[in-house]
Design a protein around this ligand. Structure first.
Ligand SMILES: *Cc1c(COP(=O)(O)O)cnc(C)c1O
Length: 407
């Protein structure tokens, strides 16, 4: 394992991809008995650059999706300069790594200390809210209680609009957001206090339908009209989808086209668009290599699971691409579907997949599972003592080439 660390530490400048190892070669040398997280910085920088080039507005990276420093640097390298943070920890992390970044605090319910720290120490000016109480809290903790003080000091206020339950794979409609009438009232209340006023929403994560944004923008337009105030930013959130073995989403360009048309239809002079993609920038840039510890017929017991990197492969039922890595010998030509079990003693630590692999998988083999750059490694827990893993940067391309792109 020392070898692995040494290789990672000696990682060359990011552009010199050819000097990064390939996953298969790394497994052959390191023979990892703990999960090995493989980061593809070039894939992340490429996806970020594609989004920035295609989206008709400003791109904010949603940090919660994967806060790994190497990921943040790759996103920056792809041209993203704005970061959507949701906690004091994320704000401090981004500020420490990327001193020039513009940071936006986009969580509608914040600790008072987090607001103070972001405002005073890290230069954050934009805050989201969905209640009058949160607006008061933001004004108190930023010291902008006097009428017009926020506007004078560059305070940005963003009202989060609730959306009806949509079609996204991950519904996010139940927790945050003001209903249209309340959102209009909040826009009116915030306008005199804000140097910059925005309306934002989130259609839900892994949303496959471009029209979902069109509908949300139409609702945003009604709210803005009802409020009767000028809005500077319409923030269409995240939710942009990526490919999985059982889903091929429309190309990102189809989403951008609907958003642009929907925004133009609102005819808001002087307003600009923002987006907060997470998954779409980083999913293809991460994989995990697990080892098979036991086989029981069609079930493989492996060393990572739903309490580790593979949370979405459990109850949410996402299907991930996979491949067998057996450095020492040939592999059967026939394949079959397998179920995986993770290492903890909880019977919920089960991943139905299907994971299609060569029929002769056996103890000691490695399996690389891909499209895990988003909501993968960052969801790991230490449950049952299984919290050890390695992180390496690799030269491989994403495991699914059906990857949504701006093309
Ligand atoms: C999680 C989140 C995002 C990113 O969502 P994706 O589906 O990963 O694109 C963006 N904005 C907010 C407010 C979020 O909570």
């Amino acid at each position: 394992m020392d070898l692995l660390r040494a290789r990672a530490a000696a990682a060359p400048p990011r552009h010199d991809l050819s000097a990064l190892p390939a996953v298969e070669a790394l497994v052959a040398v390191a023979r990892p008995e703990e999960p090995m997280h493989c980061l593809r910085p070039a894939a992340i920088a490429g996806a970020a650059a594609g989004f920035v080039a295609g989206f008709p507005g400003e791109t904010l990276y949603a940090v919660k999706c994967n806060p790994e420093p190497a990921v943040l640097r790759a996103v920056w390298e792809g041209g993203v300069r704005h970061f959507d943070c949701a906690s004091a920890g994320e704000v401090a992390l981004v500020r420490g790594l990327l001193p020039e970044a513009a940071i936006h605090f986009m969580h509608p319910v914040k600790a008072r200390s987090a607001i103070r720290e972001a405002w005073q120490r890290h230069g954050v000016r934009d805050f989201v809210l969905d209640t009058a109480g949160e607006l008061a809290k933001i004004r108190e903790e930023t010291g902008t209680l006097a009428a017009g003080a926020g506007a004078a000091e560059g305070l940005g206020l963003f009202v989060r609009l609730a959306l009806p339950k949509g079609v996204a794979r991950y519904d996010l409609s139940g927790k945050f957001g003001a209903e249209p009438e309340a959102a209009a009232a909040l826009l009116r209340a915030a306008r005199p206090q804000a140097a910059r006023l925005g309306l934002c929403f989130h259609v839900g994560s892994q949303c496959l339908e471009p029209l979902a944004w069109r509908r949300a923008l139409a609702l945003a337009g009604e709210v803005i009209r009802a409020a009767g105030v000028t809005v500077d930013v319409v923030d269409v959130g995240g939710g942009f989808p990526v490919a999985y073995p059982d889903v091929t989403p429309p190309p990102l360009g189809a989403f951008f086209a609907e958003i642009e048309a929907g925004f133009e239809a609102l005819a808001l002079p002087g307003a600009v668009l923002w987006a907060e993609p997470g998954r779409a920038l980083v999913a293809g840039g991460g994989s995990v290599v697990v080892q098979v510890q036991q086989r029981r017929d069609g079930a493989l017991y492996v060393n990572d699971g739903v309490y580790g990197t593979l949370s979405d492969a459990g109850a949410p039922g996402f299907v991930f691409p996979c491949r067998l890595i057996r450095p020492d010998g040939p592999v059967a030509a026939e394949s079959q579907d397998f179920v995986l079990f993770g290492p903890t003693c909880d019977s919920a630590d089960r991943m139905a997949g299907p994971f299609r692999l060569p029929a002769d998988v056996r103890e000691g083999d490695w399996i690389e599972i891909g499209q895990l750059g988003a909501y993968g490694a960052c969801l790991r827990t230490a449950f049952n003592g299984f919290d050890r893993a390695r992180l390496v940067e690799v030269r491989d391309r994403p495991m699914l080439e059906g990857e949504a792109s701006a093309a």
